[in-house]
Design a binder for this molecule. Sequence first.
Ligand SMILES: C[S@@+](CC[C@H](N)C(=O)[O-])C[C@H]1O[C@@H](n2cnc3c(N)ncnc32)[C@H](O)[C@@H]1O
Length: 155
Amino acid sequence: MIKNEILGTEITPADKILHIGCGSIPYTALLITNATKTPVTAIDNDPDAIRNAKILIKKTGKNYPLVTLQCADGNDIAVSDFDVIFVSNSVKPKKIILERIISSMKEGARLVYRNPIKIFGLSYDYETVIVKGGKSMKHIKHSFLVLRESIIFEK
Ligand SMILES: C[S@@+](CC[C@H](N)C(=O)[O-])C[C@H]1O[C@@H](n2cnc3c(N)ncnc32)[C@H](O)[C@@H]1O
């Protein structure tokens, strides 16, 4: 999944990446930086998650100098500096955060977010958050139980 998201965003080492909602196991950040040699700022609003993520990175025995872990909320962080912004599926309030990112991300930046499977109309279809405009929108389909697709929106 992350491999296809990396391919779809066409990340280059010159890009700056933000991952919102990295959790205690910041695999998204580690896989991105391993695959692309690009700096990744990984944030979570739960201080325990950031503490655990730091411990986990230490346990790998590797330094990961390109990964910065920060306790911050996706609703507050300035996104205009970043070239590619990943938003985890369970980030809340997701719709508000996506709308804020879309309005303040820079031209040419890419937003990657995940759409859950629709279960009895209970899940929100986040595709509707995306306003018309932007340069492109790609859909990367998944065959997971809960995740339907990743959407890559380029402003
Ligand atoms: C379950 S984890 C998933 C991360 C997963 N390891 C990955 O690589 O995609 C989702 C995390 O999002 C965090 N989170 C939820 N809302 C957030 C917000 N508004 N800002 C930052 N982090 C948030 C939660 O604290 C949780 O740790």
